[in-house]
Structures are given as structure tokens and as C-alpha cells.
Design a protein around this ligand. Structure first.
Ligand code: NCD
Length: 306
């Protein structure tokens, strides 16, 4: 039963519950017009304390396509946050007006605090360098749709694995499905946090950490590229030194298998060259579209109207 639940961590829902969301997303993809009035008169609030394009727009578009309405801010300085209001008080207030709340916050754990004060479902739309569960739903739905399975995959994650919350979320969620393996490709300074690898080791899941993309790209089913997370660096010089370590281009794609797919949560800032956008293996814009459909399914399930 998903009605009334929060989504703070990608493992808050069981694989069975995720399938329920993905199956419903598939139905919406088949005939979106059928669901135009599913959330008539419901209100979604988007509280974005950090910049966003895809996540906020796809949530808002999802709610509007379900017939619901949207309120919120994309810039905390335009709300009472600028006057010093706490997350707890903002949430208690917004929950008086909205039926479901989506929150992105620079501090890890802020959406969890919000959920403790909220009588309506709270969805974590990214908390600092920690987790981004709805990007993971997007990623899993994309993989399921293209590969027709979520098991037995060799998943390469490349770029800023230290601060990239989408990677932390994806590894956490994908490691629950049998026989997936992870190839973690990053400079030493941007390796995944120890807690991520410790969790893989405890579960006995195969992973390797490497620095060179060229050496491993030919083994991958999925290459998940990520941006170096400028805003989470303490030091501009380190960012400048590390930002262009990986650039996926047509030449590198020649080393990859014909059935490997390239994913990226976006935005990209140079790590994928425009010359591969027309390669049939480039999935990042299709992935962004799956993001809207999976959020339509998620909102409906949490509101209990599907
Ligand atoms: C990601 C994020 O915000 O973590 N973007 C997104 O939601 N699609 C990735 C990023 O900003 O690099």
C-alpha cells in the first residue's frame, strides 16, 4: 500500500512496490489521455531550496497532466525561508494547503526532517550529496523499458561519484536486484563514499573501482555519466582540475558494445560531447521523459488514486 507514504530513500519501497509504480507508469505511457483527470482538485507543492530544471518541471508537468494543480517556490529567497523560517514550520504550513509535497534541499536529511512534521506525503527531490530517489525511479524505469530487466546488468557509473547523489541512489536501489555488478569510474578524489562500497561488500555484490573509462567501457550494459558537482566543492581549483577528466565522445563510443546504453541524469556540462546525441545508444533525453511518466505514477500512488 503506497497511499500516504513518504519517499525519502530509494529503498523505502520494496522491489514489488516499485514494480507497481513502474507498471502504472507503463500504462500511462501507453495512453496518457486516460489519466488526465486522475488528480483533479489535488495540489502538489514543490519546495526547491536548490536549482532544478528536470526534477521540478517534470513533477509539475506530471501533476498538471494528471489534472491536478501546483504551488511552490523554485527559489527559497522568494518565500519565508528568507526570513529564517525552519523546514519544520514551512512544512507544517505548506501541508495545510497541499496534498503532497516535493522537497529539494542542500542539506542531507532535510526532507526526512520535513516528513516528521508532515501529515501529507513528502518526496525527497534530492538532499545535498546524499540521495535522489525519484531520479532513481526514472533511471530504473528507463533501464526496465530498454533492457527489459533490472537484473544481471553491468552498470558503469562515471564522473563525480563522491558528491553525485544520483549515483548513490542508483547503486543503493540497483544493488537490491540479483546479479547486478558495478564498475565505478572516477578520479581518486571523487570516488564513491566508503559507506557505499561498504554496503556493496556487505551484500556480497561485485564491484570494481577504476580510473580509466577506456579500459572498461567495452564491458558495460549501462554507462551512467555524471557531472562534476561544482556546487559541492570546497575549493574552486580542485573543481577546475577535475571537471573535464571524462569526456564521452564518438571515439570512445566506438569501444562500447552496440547494446550499451548511455544514461545521464542531466544537466551535462561537458562530460558528454554533443557528437553522440544522435547515437541510438544515447538515452539521456528519453530518460528525462521517463522521469515525467514515473512521477505521474508516483504521485497517483501516494495520493491513492491510481
Ligand atoms: C541531478 C541532481 O540534481 O542531483 N539532476 C537531476 O535531478 N536530474 C544531477 C546533477 O545535478 O548533476
Amino acid at each position: 500500500m503506497l497511499k500516504g507514504r513518504h519517499l525519502l530513500d530509494p529503498t523505502d519501497f520494496s522491489p514489488g512496490e516499485l514494480d507497481e509504480i513502474f507498471d502504472f507508469a507503463d500504462q500511462i505511457i501507453q495512453s496518457p489521455a486516460q489519466f488526465n483527470h486522475l488528480c483533479d482538485s489535488s495540489i502538489l507543492a514543490t519546495l526547491f531550496y536548490e536549482p532544478s530544471t528536470r526534477t521540478r518541471f517534470s513533477f509539475e508537468a506530471a501533476m498538471l497532466r494528471l489534472g491536478g494543480n501546483v504551488v511552490g517556490f523554485s527559489e527559497p529567497t522568494s518565500s519565508s525561508v528568507a526570513k529564517g523560517e525552519s523546514v519544520a514550520d514551512t512544512i507544517r504550513t505548506v501541508a495545510c494547503y497541499a496534498d503532497i509535497i516535493v522537497m529539494r534541499h542542500p542539506k542531507e536529511g532535510a526532507p526526512r526532517i520535513a516528513s516528521q512534521y508532515s501529515p501529507v506525503p513528502v518526496i525527497n527531490a534530492g538532499d545535498g550529496g546524499h540521495l535522489h530517489p525519484t531520479q532513481t525511479l526514472t533511471d530504473l524505469l528507463t533501464i526496465r523499458s530498454v533492457k527489459h530487466q533490472l537484473t544481471g546488468l553491468t552498470i558503469g557509473c562515471c564522473g563525480d561519484l563522491k558528491f553525485g547523489r544520483t549515483v548513490h541512489s542508483l547503486i543503493k536501489a540497483a544493488s537490491r536486484y540479483p546479479d547486478n555488478r558495478f564498475v565505478l569510474i572516477s578520479p581518486k578524489e571523487l570516488r564513491v563514499p566508503d559507506y557505499v562500497t561498504a554496503d556493496l561488500a556487505t551484500k556480497g555484490i561485485a564491484y570494481q573501482e577504476v580510473e580509466r573509462l577506456d579500459d572498461v567501457i567495452g564491458n558495460l550494459d549501462i554507462l551512467y555519466m555524471t557531472r562534476v558537482q561544482k556546487e559541492r566543492f570546497f575549493n574552486e581549483d580542485d573543481y577546475v582540475r577535475l571537471k573535464d577528466v571524462y569526456v564521452l565522445n564518438a571515439e570512445k563510443m566506438r569501444l562500447a558494445r552496440q547494446d550499451m546504453i548511455v544514461m545521464h541524469p542531466l544537466p551535462r556540462v561537458g562530460e558528454i560531447s554533443y557528437d553522440i546525441d544522435d547515437d541510438p545508444r544515447a538515452y539521456y533525453f528519453k530518460q528525462a521523459k521517463f522521469g515525467m511518466f514515473v512521477r505521474m505514477a508516483l504521485i497517483s500512488k501516494l495520493l491513492g488514486v491510481s
